[in-house]
Design a binder for this molecule. Structure first.
Ligand SMILES: Cc1ncc(COP(=O)(O)O)c(C=O)c1O
Length: 386
């Protein structure tokens, strides 16, 4: 059997058909679209990706240090910028130490696969992001999932693991889930892990900057201290990269043992400087947190009033609109684009139980009129389909 045979996947046929009809919602070249768009399809939650201070910090780092570090953190890829960012993030997260990675994906991949040894268990929420699932799949130990946000299911899994005499367990949860935008049950899960002797990693990718005191995330909001916290720079922090924050000895171990940290080039100076500048602004400018949450609630309320299936009010910046059918989602995505609104069309395997959805997310720098314009576009776009 030729291993290239799988490239004739029927799903690809569907993609090609969508492409030929102008309905391809993926790999869309945003800069080539004529006219203004209300952006409901980015993770630029605090609106810092175009902030003049962040751009200036990136430009200065580019001028001073060049376009890339051309090597790994271990060898020639560490600048004082990386260390400064690590110190500020550890301070923000209230941890002893922090390690900056080149992407958020590599933080989860490397942390889980490095810490979960051959006798150990990686126990992840059923709605986990691909980076969490991939880290658990890569680890030499066992991987299991527990019901989404279900503390009883988590307890059952941990009890079964203890009964069979397994080694240590690392539980991984998210502060805000990336597709549905719902809050993770961080407080009771951290409590259950403490009680049952498991370590816990909280992924704050979508909560950092948006939730908690000074935007420190959902664990800080709940007043609990997980063993480890990770975050990415690719959302509120307007850049690219990620971090792991935790106890000094764990971070120092990761520094010499984590393959996704060691065997890849370090974050480019402009990206690190942008993340550092955005971190300072995210901590200081409270109005951004208030604005992004206000806009998300306005969008949610408006869509619910129009009869769209939007679920519970959003705890952060993400408002998922459940469509169900893939083709209808693509048609609505395209009709919205023509009305000047960009959304993210999400289909399986990114979404599972609800079926296709248009994942909408707002930015702190959008105003009420932007959201009103988006709501009108939803109404018009739907009427074109019906
Ligand atoms: C929950 C979660 N964790 C980790 C990541 C990976 O982060 P990055 O895209 O910055 O590599 C993402 C990105 O989409 C995410 O949604």
């Amino acid at each position: 059997m030729d291993l290239f045979a799988k490239c004739q996947n029927p799903r690809l046929e569907e993609y090609r058909a969508a492409q030929s009809m102008g309905l391809m919602p993926f790999f869309f070249e945003l800069d080539a679209w004529p006219g203004d768009l209300v952006m409901l399809g980015s993770n630029n939650y605090l609106g810092l990706a175009h902030d003049p201070r962040v751009r200036k910090a990136a430009a200065e780092a580019l001028e001073t240090f060049g376009t890339g570090c051309t090597g790994s953190r271990l060898m020639n890829g560490t600048l004082s910028l990386h260390r400064q960012l690590e110190e500020e993030l550890a301070d923000w997260m209230g941890t002893e130490s922090c390690l900056v990675f080149t992407t958020g994906y590599s933080v989860n991949l490397g942390t889980i696969s490095t810490l979960v040894g051959p006798r150990d268990l990686a126990l992840v929420d059923a709605a986990s992001h691909a980076s969490v699932v991939d880290g658990a799949r890569l680890c030499p130990g066992r991987m299991r999932s527990f019901g989404h946000n279900s503390v009883p299911s988590l307890r059952r899994r941990l009890r079964a693991w203890a009964d069979q005499g397994g080694g240590g367990a690392l539980v991984v949860v998210e502060g805000v889930y990336s597709m549905e935008g719902d809050l993770g049950a961080v407080e009771p899960i951290v409590g259950a892990c403490r009680e049952m002797g498991a370590r816990v990693l909280v992924d704050e990718a979508h909560s950092l900057g948006v939730i908690g005191p000074k935007g420190a995330g959902t664990a800080a909001q709940a007043g609990v201290r997980p063993d480890l916290v990770m975050g990415t720079f690719s959302k509120s922090l307007a850049s690219c990269g990620g971090f792991l924050a935790g106890p000094h000895d764990v971070i120092e171990y990761m520094r010499i043992a984590c393959r996704s940290f060691l065997f890849t080039a370090s974050g480019v100076p402009a990206a690190v400087a942008a993340a550092l500048c955005a971190t300072r602004i995210a901590r200081d400018e409270e109005w951004r947190r208030e604005a992004v949450c206000d806009r998300a609630r306005q969008l949610h309320r408006g869509l619910a009033d129009l009869g769209f299936q939007v679920g519970e009010p959003p705890p952060a910046a993400i408002v998922p609109v459940v469509i169900g059918d893939d083709w209808r989602a693509a048609l609505l995505w395209r009709a919205l684009l023509e009305e000047g609104v960009y959304t993210n069309c999400c289909v399986a395997p990114a979404v599972s139980k609800s079926g296709a959805l248009l994942r909408c997310s707002v930015e702190a720098t959008q105003d009420e009129a932007d959201i009103d314009r988006a709501l009108l576009a939803f109404e018009v776009a739907r009427s074109k389909l019906d």
